[in-house]
Design a binder for this molecule. Sequence first.
Ligand code: IVH
Length: 705
Amino acid sequence: MAVGAVERMSEAEARADWARIAEEVRRANRAYHAEDAPEISDADYDALKARLRALEARFPDLAAESPTEEVGAAPSETFAKVTHAVRMLSLENAFSEEDAADFVERVRSFLNLAAEAELAVTAEPKIDGLSLSLRYEKGWLVQAATRGDGAVGENVTDNARTIADIPARLSGAPDLLEVRGEVYMSHADFAALNARQAAAGEKTFANPRNAAAGSLRQLDAGITAARPLRFFAYSWGALSEPLAVTQIGAVERLAALGFQTNPRTRVCRSLPEMMVAYREIEQARATLGYDIDGVVYKIDNLALQARLGFRSTTPRWAIAHKFPAELAWTQLEAIDIQVGRTGALSPVARLKPVTVGGVVVSNATLHNEDYIAGRDAKGSPIREGKDIRVGDWVQVYRAGDVIPKIADVDLSQRPEGAEPYFFPHRCPECGSDAVREEGDAVRRCTGGLICPAQAVEKLKHFVSRGAFDIEGLGAKQIEMFFADDQLPIREPADIFTLAARDAANLTKLKNRDGFGERSAANLFAAIEDRRAIPLNRVIFALGIRHVGESAANLLARNYGTWEAFEAAMTGAQVGEGPDWQALTAIDGVGDVLAASVVNAFHQEAERASIDRLVAQLKIAEVARPVTEGSPVAGKTVVFTGTLEKMTRAEAKARAEALGAKVAGSVSAKTDLLVAGPGAGSKAKEAERLGVETIDEDAWLRLIGG
Ligand code: IVH
């Protein structure tokens, strides 16, 4: 209908028309911005907006609620990135009382505490929401950021300001205070929200955690404001002055500043007291009115927390004791095989849908062929040796957000004629042999990059969050481009030639696959934006087996530049030579990881694909961790003999935090030997090589106590 036709409509018709079109524009806005999945062409979108404006020109009161000025009007909107001043870490998990006891033991031994010395530990509910860091400067809330990958999160300040539990201003707070805690939604609010969403024909949420995350991560803070989110404070990041000397004292201080803190937080003075706290919180779980999935224990004394420090992603001073998983019985309808990016064939159970802990489950992992057959990796029986067959009744369980698993099978209900499952020896995707190496539980496709499943999974990994993280190019779009004959993406390098190929092609992207001119241009810009990228992300993105984000960071920090890394991996031979030794000398790089990286660089097709990619990029150097002013940064240190002021583990952790490399044996590369009483062959070797040797006190003086 032409815009002019608006004038001939009755008022009622015009208003009804406006409401219908406004809803269409809102849906298009959401699809485009929030779901990265445009549903209509740019031309259609613009026509809808023109029509809305024409109607609003006639009835100006409609303009106040118009979606024309919402997210869709500012196409570049996504959340800005925030680099956390102090990394936001996750927690190690304990699944049993034994694991919790091990935690206490590890802490005691790290700190070398005498058996009779008391160790106070706080216990508090582990809230099942999403963590948020709130930065206050001179008492004013200036920034709120999600955890993201721990180092970089999303700026959700406007949204956080709409949450009643989050004070906009604090009085009596340190000049700089980053308060950390969990955003969550109560059961009652979740049920009411889902009812409203369903009534409005909008998507409903699977559980309160998803609802909380979806509500906080809204580009329109007005939507967040309409969602009933809450916040518990339990931790902190950067501070201009300490909050207290104990964890419980710090939590009390946060409460005094006006934050909600969990009323079930308490101090325990022994392992039995921790177990009592665990059971009490577990019993209260059903009546709390919000989801929790375990109990978090934290060493109470903050000076001890500081001594304990962190591993790469978790603190040594805390652990999450998870509640047992939730269970349900259902029927196994089929077993499908998925092929992963490293060729692993993973069996997936397709289940008759069943509700487990409030979530509908229709898929579960079956791990590997031994698991289906009823035995573990060593050949010993599991589930008393019962195998799993299609048609069986199986017990499903899920713990937290992880993929559901199958725990048991009910033989009394096995259908007649059910056959044992034969695990394929050929890749279902490319037909290559699927082989199982000795000692490996997993059968792998040998097709490498010729296997479309491996290639596509590698690409999905390549664009994933810790890797290239290209806006508008997620798993769904990768599948689409992988199957596209006119403008295909079959390997990472193809992503960076996409715009040039599009320019040379008659069948333009903008006319296909739901892409309009604007969305195609945005995609090309997002890709261009990632052409310059830090080394650690490139290494992680390659998707080499065993190389996760933290290993990629280690390698990047160690080699600094792509040129140095590439030369070392090309020169290295598995098991021998100086490049191999330098690689395996990196703390945290074992032989298996090292061999996997070296092999990737020596595998012809894979190497050629890496080279094609690198030719497209500008890879930025990665600096060693900031250890400015550290007298031992970059030095290789060896500890030997008995240390009296701290344990070997603590000495190593502190040296590494100061930028030193801690080696297990003395060589020509050693800069310093720290020798306690009883030092033997290492001290002699150091003397022979002329390596400087000092005692523990001198070491402590050197690093500042
Ligand atoms: S302490 C340095 N305390 O659990 C670690 N975390 O699985 C600081 N969480 O990322 C975290 N309740 O989002 C802590 N009472 C609690 C918690 C809690 C929930 C979340 C948090 C963390 C995740 C780790």
